[in-house]
Design a protein around this ligand. Structure first.
Ligand code: ZN
Length: 295
């Protein structure tokens, strides 16, 4: 009895203390989640797209949700002297998620290593549109990207047939990365109960001209497809349902890719903006509280 009373009282005290200690620790060691806002870092600086216009547009989309604090890290250009890269040392651990609006020169090896460590430890990564061009030689990066804008010898291709089944086309067969002229196209949700897609219609027609990427190539392992779009041959496409949004794991971290958003109008449209913001929130936390697109 005596022992029972002692042990009965103890767990409550211990539990209370643990909760307090955990709460204290969370505010101390998790600046990426401080004050219920997610710290997000956009990396830009080199691109064949107008990143000078799309980065501020993405920043506005995210800050307008009230869910994100957004910083931007801009790399040196490829005309800057090599030692300019010494200043590019993002402190990834400060961020819940890193959004890539970049493709160009490789980052210094120590930055790549720091980024791999960040993701292995539970970081978040978002590939936005032409970020799929980035770093074909970086193995861990491409594993996480799953599919990228590469030629058809680089890796497998993934499409969805008319019965909703995944079709894997081996490297060397079929098209590599490409797109027809920008146009308004229909989107199909493939995983309706995933937090990022919940609330999106099963199908919806985009109301803005955007590029519909096809023939993306890569290792395509551990990817979960969230949305596709039908790429009509009459529009310069492939007559196949092409992947548009998907997720992959990277160590303890989460990766989200969306191919929507060639330019500012295509990025800020309510569907692409909601998809991007929800993907960022999910990559940082594993949950989504932000609303889907306006219907
Ligand atoms: Zn584009």
């Amino acid at each position: 009895m005596w022992e029972g009373k002692q042990t009965k009282g103890k767990p409550i005290m211990t539990r209370t203390f643990r909760l307090l200690a955990l709460g204290f620790l969370a505010t101390m060691v998790c600046p990426a989640m401080a004050a219920d806002k997610i710290n997000l870092l956009i990396i830009d600086g080199q691109h064949n797209h107008n990143w000078q216009a799309t980065t501020p547009a993405v920043k506005t989309i995210l800050t307008d949700t009230g869910r994100f604090n957004v910083d931007v890290a801009t790399t040196p250009t490829n005309k800057d002297p090599k030692d300019a890269w010494a200043k590019f040392k993002p402190d990834f651990a400060k961020y819940g998620v890193v959004l890539i609006n970049y493709h160009g020169q490789s980052w210094p090896a120590d930055v790549n290593q720091a980024f791999e460590k960040y993701m292995e430890n539970g970081g978040g990564l978002v590939f936005y549109h032409a970020a799929l061009f980035s770093f074909p030689q970086w193995e861990a990066w491409n594993k996480a990207m799953a599919l990228g804008w590469r030629d058809n010898k680089y890796g497998d291709r993934i499409t969805i047939d008319n019965d909703g089944k995944i079709v894997r086309t081996p490297k060397g067969e079929g098209p590599g990365g490409g797109h027809g002229p920008a146009h308004a196209f229909e989107m199909t949700t493939r995983l309706t109960d995933h937090p990022i897609m919940k609330g999106f219609p099963a199908k919806w027609m985009r109301t803005v001209k955007d590029e519909l990427y096809h023939g993306q190539r890569g290792p395509a392992q551990n990817m979960t497809l969230l949305a596709t779009a039908f790429s009509a041959k009459s529009g310069g496409g492939t007559d196949a349902n092409e992947p548009i949004a998907w997720i992959t794991p990277w160590g303890k971290g989460r990766v989200f890719a969306t191919l929507l958003g060639h330019d500012v109008p295509a990025t800020t449209q309510s569907d692409s903006a909601a998809l991007l913001a929800r993907g960022c929130e999910w990559a940082a936390t594993g949950e989504v509280t932000l609303p889907p697109m306006n219907k």
